[in-house]
Every structure is written in structure tokens, then in C-alpha cells.
Design a protein. Structure first.
Length: 222
């Protein structure tokens, strides 16, 4: 089941990249395990076809890594959910990258935790692309200042921007959100990566320049 789903996703990623003359091999896939069973995650990692895993919560990642044992060390773990500053130390111990930095306070906490652990932490800044109050992320207008703050921290390595498009109908209505994130990257972080696009809209995200897509239900659903 998992391998069939993944092959279909890879095919769709390749087709989306071809429509805009992009190299599909340069677009990464983050398998989001938030709602996946432990056995499904075990199968995914055992296949060798998953290189990066995305989790929304520190505790969930800790539990999965503990249960998976040596399999967990074969992939990179990315935190893609909102992180409270008081959990920065645990996040640094658990994840290889944090893609959801949304405040100067969180950046400072991650920098201190990374310095204490003697490591450099790759991070992305999450930009708010929706008017929903519940969505995390820095407002686009505040992005330049946060980029400066993150760059000041010696133990953080800024990789790019992450965004979640609003749930819109028709599906094509999400395209302006991805174009906005790409423009913000081009204007304020040239050369940075873009993590955007999920199970519902990853093909449009790829057409608009995504370097990483985050897919969960399309991989792990029966």
C-alpha cells in the first residue's frame, strides 16, 4: 500500500515539475506522520524510500523515534508544527531541523539550546499565509526583521521559508498564496528554499517553486 501510494505521488511530482521545466529530482518529499500509525511509519522507513519525516509535535516525534529504534536514525526529522519556547531544548534533541520558527523569541531559545548541545540547527521561518487566527506564522510584513534576528544567531542556519496555504475552493485559489511566499523569498531571502504544498495542493506548489512538499494522508491513507 505505502509503496504504491508513494510511487503515485512521485509520478505526480514529476509531472508537476515538468509543466514548469523544473528538475523533479531537486524537489524533496517530507512524509508527514502526524496521523499515521506506528506500523505504517515503520513500513515507510523500512522501504528506504523516505528520506525525511515531518512531525507536528515534539512529544509525538520522541515517542515514534523511541519505538522505531535504529530505523529512526535512517531519516531526517523535521518539526513542522508550532513550537513553544519552553520546548526548545527538547526540539533540538529530537529534530534535525525546525521549519516553523515564527518569532524572535523562539529563534533565541533555539539558538541557546543548539549552542548548549554543541550543534548547528537548520531552520526555516514560517510565514502566515491565511487570515485564520489559529494558523501560526509571522506576518509577511514582519518577515524582514525576523530574518535579521535569525541570522544574528550563530547556532542557527536559515534554510528558507515555510507556508501553509488556506483551504480554498476551487483548488486553484491557493496559487496566489504560493506565489506570495515565493516573492517573499525572492525579495528577502534569495537562494532560500521553499517548503510549501501538502497532500491537497502539492502539485500547484511545485508549479510555483516549492523545494519541499509535505505529504501525509496521500501517503499513509489506505
Amino acid at each position: 500500500m505505502f509503496i504504491d501510494n508513494l510511487e503515485k505521488i512521485r509520478y505526480r511530482m514529476t509531472a508537476a515539475a515538468a509543466r514548469t521545466n523544473r528538475d523533479a529530482g531537486a524537489i524533496g518529499l517530507v512524509a508527514v506522520t502526524k496521523y499515521a500509525s506506528l506500523e505504517a511509519v515503520r513500513e515507510a522507513l523500512s522501504s528506504g524510500l523516505v528520506l525525511e519525516v515531518g512531525e507536528n509535535r515534539v512529544q509525538d516525534a520522541e515517542e515514534k523515534k523511541r519505538e522505531l529504534g535504529s530505523l529512526a536514525s535512517a531519516v531526517r526529522w523535521r518539526l513542522i508544527g508550532h513550537l513553544q519556547t519552553n520546548k526548545a531544548k527538547k526540539a533540538v534533541r529530537t529534530f534535525d531541523a525546525v521549519d516553523s520558527v515564527d518569532s524572535a523569541r523562539l529563534a533565541a531559545a533555539l539558538d541557546a539550546a543548539s549552542a548548549g548541545a554543541g550543534r548547528e540547527l537548520p531552520v526555516m521561518i514560517q510565514v502566515k499565509l491565511s487570515e485564520r487566527e489559529t494558523q501560526s506564522g509571522i506576518a509577511p510584513a514582519e518577515l524582514p526583521l525576523l530574518i535579521e534576528e535569525v541570522r544574528r544567531h550563530r547556532s542557527l542556519r536559515l534554510q528558507g521559508l515555510m507556508g501553509i496555504a488556506p483551504h480554498a475552493e476551487p483548488l486553484e485559489a491557493v496559487r496566489p498564496s504560493f506565489r506570495l511566499l515565493r516573492k517573499l523569498r525572492d525579495d528577502h531571502l534569495p537562494g532560500g528554499k521553499l517548503s510549501m504544498g501538502m497532500s491537497r495542493d502539492f502539485e500547484i506548489a511545485i508549479e510555483e517553486g516549492a523545494d519541499l512538499v509535505r505529504i501525509g494522508s496521500q501517503i499513509f491513507a489506505p
